[in-house]
Ligand binder design. Structure first.
Ligand code: HEC
Ligand code: HEC
Ligand code: HEC
Length: 468
């Protein structure tokens, strides 16, 4: 009898508690989804710069074949994803398929997000549907030139390059390393920037994190190679870089990496940063693939020393260096100091033992000069004005930038690296373009149609091969 009453009251409690349990579950799913959206940096692309509304789209992503605009992913039913079911949302992240069945361009990194677990996709969905305010405004339309405006051609691309498999922990790795791999390859999608791509712009998985050009910038080799990668960095260095983008005596984050640190990595828990660092430091070294890795003689952060301006200027016979010294004096020395030692408090970084000046590929040095550095971490704003067109600072010509960059390379950094005026011009215009972009403006639509056909036929053959 007593037992009966007891279990009845227990049952009653369960009944009363059930709805609030469900509510708590829903709340924690939304909260987990919010953290995941930050870790996956959805806002970086889906929010327009300079005060665009969160997740309302409109960020133009420069691609070699034209700008691709991110879309409104707020739960607006008219302009956003308010009508997406969980399964449709899953199809976007895993297969690059829009709800209307159209193929998305791989500027949406679904090749990385395909590795997300079911649980994480469900949590992301709860967050976007229940916590993100709807914005009832359209995002700009992407209009690529023919044949890339045929979204179906992406189907061929996907057949070749999308291996949509949710992440499975490797039993040979520790839980921590598995979490790190998941963060690096699925959520943080480090590979979309740091892994080199083939002629069709698909990632070359055999060269994971081996370094890749990224429009005007260069996402360096971050494998464990002591010479070509970051094998010489301590785990604290890597952690600090991901948390703040600033490791004095080694590197600062500008450009796309600054955006990733600002919007995403600085908010990761210490535990997740620890896991990420543990995994990154175990990535097999990539030493000699590609000209940049091959010709990097010493570790990027190993170069340079402070020098005395007077003695060098007096001895400078090279006209270009003299011009570079003048530009440096006028445009850089006030912050980085005449001797390149930066400021005492480290806010203005030293230019020697600095990966941007020690790399054999000077893209990041030149891009930092053109676009500046703009990164907010917590309350701290790291800011260097750019000397390109949109700057309030005095604009520097291509010749000035080449001169000052060569001066900085010779005096503080990697003297083997050289930069020409033409290269500066190219970097200003978006960097050297992968093959597909470089040829597209020149080949007639007929030829490019053939190219797409070739891709589709190739894809078909690959599939046939898989089947027999
Ligand atoms: C590197 C940039 C980038 C990141 C990061 C990114 N997206 Fe996208 N996303 C895009 C672009 C660009 C498009 C539009 C592509 C097109 O038009 O083919 C898009 C399209 C979408 C769509 C399709 C919406 C529609 O119907 O048009 C959804 C949903 C979406 N993204 C969700 C997400 C979520 C969720 C995340 C984070 C987990 C995310 N995106 C992160 C660039 C990005
Ligand atoms: C959107 C593109 C992008 C993403 C995503 C990205 N990176 Fe980077 N990363 C870059 C670029 C570009 C640089 C060079 C920045 C500079 O020198 O100012 C860089 C620099 C670095 C450096 C410093 C290397 C050096 O020699 O200075 C490390 C370490 C690094 N990234 C690690 C990571 C990790 C780990 C992830 C994922 C959690 C990641 N990055 C995601 C683009 C990216
Ligand atoms: C108004 C001050 C200021 C001026 C002028 C200035 N810088 Fe900087 N510079 C900075 C700050 C601030 C940073 C970023 C520090 C950080 O991220 O921690 C920086 C970063 C850099 C970096 C590292 C970028 C990277 O991607 O790793 C280089 C290289 C650099 N500056 C070179 C130059 C050169 C060359 C000039 C002159 C053409 C110049 N700076 C002018 C303040 C300045």
């Amino acid at each position: 009898m007593f037992r009966y009453i007891f279990s009845a009251s227990l049952l009653a409690t369960v009944f009363v508690m059930a709805p609030s349990h469900a509510l708590a579950d829903e709340k924690s799913s939304v909260q987990r989804g919010k953290y995941l959206a930050v870790a996956a940096d959805c806002a970086a692309c889906h929010t327009a710069p300079n005060g665009g509304k969160s997740y309302a789209g409109g960020y133009g992503i420069a691609s070699p074949i034209g700008s691709i605009y991110s879309t409104n992913i707020t739960p607006s039913k008219k302009f956003g994803i308010g009508n997406y079911s969980l399964n449709q949302f899953k199809d976007v992240l895993r297969r690059g398929l829009r709800a209307d069945g159209a193929h998305l361009y791989p500027a949406m990194p679904y090749t990385s997000y395909a590795r997300l677990t079911d649980q994480d996709i469900a949590d992301l969905y709860s967050y976007f549907m229940k916590d993100v305010p709807a914005v009832d405004a359209p995002s700009p339309v992407t209009a690529l030139p023919f044949p890339f405006n045929i979204r179906l051609s992406m189907a061929g691309w996907n057949l070749l390059f999308l291996n949509a498999k949710p992440f499975k922990p490797d039993p040979a790795l520790s839980d921590k390393d598995n979490r790190g791999a998941y963060l690096a390859l699925a959520l943080g999608h480090c590979d979309t920037c740091h892994t080199p791509r083939n002629a069709l712009m698909a990632e070359n998985e055999n060269l994971s994190m081996g370094g890749s050009p990224l429009a005007s910038w260069y996402a360096p080799n971050i494998t464990s190679s002591k010479r070509a990668g970051i094998g010489g960095w301590s785990s604290d260095d890597v952690a600090q870089y991901l948390k703040t983008g600033d490791v004095p005596g080694k590197a600062q984050a500008a450009g796309p990496m600054a955006e990733a640190v600002e919007h995403s990595f600085q908010y990761l828990t210490d535990e997740d940063i620890g896991a990420l660092v543990a995994y990154i430091q175990k990535i097999p070294a990539i030493e000699n693939s590609g000209s940049v890795n091959k010709s990097q003689t010493h570790a990027r952060e190993a170069y340079g020393q402070a020098y005395s301006v007077e003695s060098t200027l007096r001895g400078a016979e090279n006209v270009n260096l003299e011009k570079g010294a003048l530009v440096y004096d006028g445009a850089c020395a006030s912050c980085h100091q005449p001797a390149g030692i930066g400021s005492k408090d480290g806010y203005y970084p030293q230019l020697f033992h600095n990966t941007a000046t020690g790399s054999i590929d000077p893209s990041n040095l030149v891009s930092a000069i053109i676009y500046g550095v703009d990164r907010t971490i917590g309350q701290k704003h790291y800011f260097m004005p750019g000397f390109g067109k949109q700057s309030y600072a005095e604009e520097l010509s291509d010749a000035d930038i080449a001169a000052v960059a060569n001066f900085v390379l010779v005096k503080f950094g990697n003297a083997e690296a050289k930069i020409t005026e033409e290269q500066v011009k190219e970097i200003r215009n978006g960097g050297s373009k992968p093959l597909i972009g470089r040829v597209s403006p020149y080949i007639k639509p007929f030829l490019s149609g053939l190219l797409v056909l070739a891709i589709i036929i190739l894809a078909y053959l690959v599939r046939l091969k898989k089947h027999d």
